[in-house]
Write a protein of this length. Structure first.
Length: 223
């Protein structure tokens, strides 16, 4: 085979394969879609809050979700936490209800990085998961089972991180792990989705764990 024809074949092969290569932003969008696949949901959870000294407290909660932008999380037990609720609505609107004070408080955008009721979940963590719309993305590396992407927020207000490393499963695009980095480029928090099962056509994580490296504190939410 002469060189010109061989070169044309190589060009065709490589150009054809590049047509099927996903951009970082497409990977993130697929991750958003698979995580938000269940549009309406009702879930009962048990939360384990683990202190630095190893002591453990248990909370029971319920979560209602309508579409991808409306979510209500409410504590059922213990008695001193019962009724505390968080409501996330479209347009980045959030409310906190404190039954002890019979008070509803709107959560301002600049304090979304605060933790919800003594857990390791921030209000931002509990709101809708739409990273493709709110972050720039870059592919850092490919592992055997994961795409590892760096996500930088377009708007830093209310964020407790400078950027994220998100690990997407290659076969499902499910975001199984998120590393939160501070300004010194140090991981200070890790979120992991575990025990992932396919239920009625949707990939669901049965356990969600958040570990705070700074205060050596953790919260595990189990379905």
């Amino acid at each position: 085979m002469n060189k010109p024809i061989f070169s044309l074949i190589l060009m065709a092969l490589f150009s054809g394969s590049s047509c099927y290569a996903l951009t970082p932003q497409e990977i993130v969008k697929k991750g958003d879609d698979v995580l938000n696949s269940p549009k309406d949901a009702f879930v009962l959870n048990t939360m384990e809050i683990i202190e630095k000294n190893g002591s453990l407290s248990i909370r029971e909660s319920e979560m209602y979700q309508k579409g991808t932008e409306m979510r209500l999380i409410r504590f059922l037990a213990p008695a001193d936490q019962r009724g505390i609720a968080f409501l996330s609505l479209p347009n980045d609107t959030m409310y906190l209800y404190l039954p002890a004070f019979h008070k509803i408080r709107q959560i301002a955008s600049h304090i979304k990085n605060q933790n919800f009721a003594g857990t390791d979940f921030t209000y931002d963590d509990l709101s809708s998961f739409e990273l493709a719309e709110t972050h720039d993305s870059a592919l850092i590396r490919e592992e055997q089972e994961h795409y590892v992407l760096k996500l930088t927020p377009l708007d830093r207000r209310g964020k407790d991180y400078e950027y994220l490393y998100v690990f997407y499963q290659k076969d499902t695009f499910y975001p199984v792990k998120i590393e939160y980095y501070d300004r010194s480029q140090t991981v200070f928090k890790v979120l992991e989705r575990k025990d992932i099962k396919k239920i009625k056509g949707h990939w669901i994580s049965m356990a969600l764990e958040v570990r705070n490296m700074k205060n050596e504190h953790a919260t595990i939410s189990r379905v």
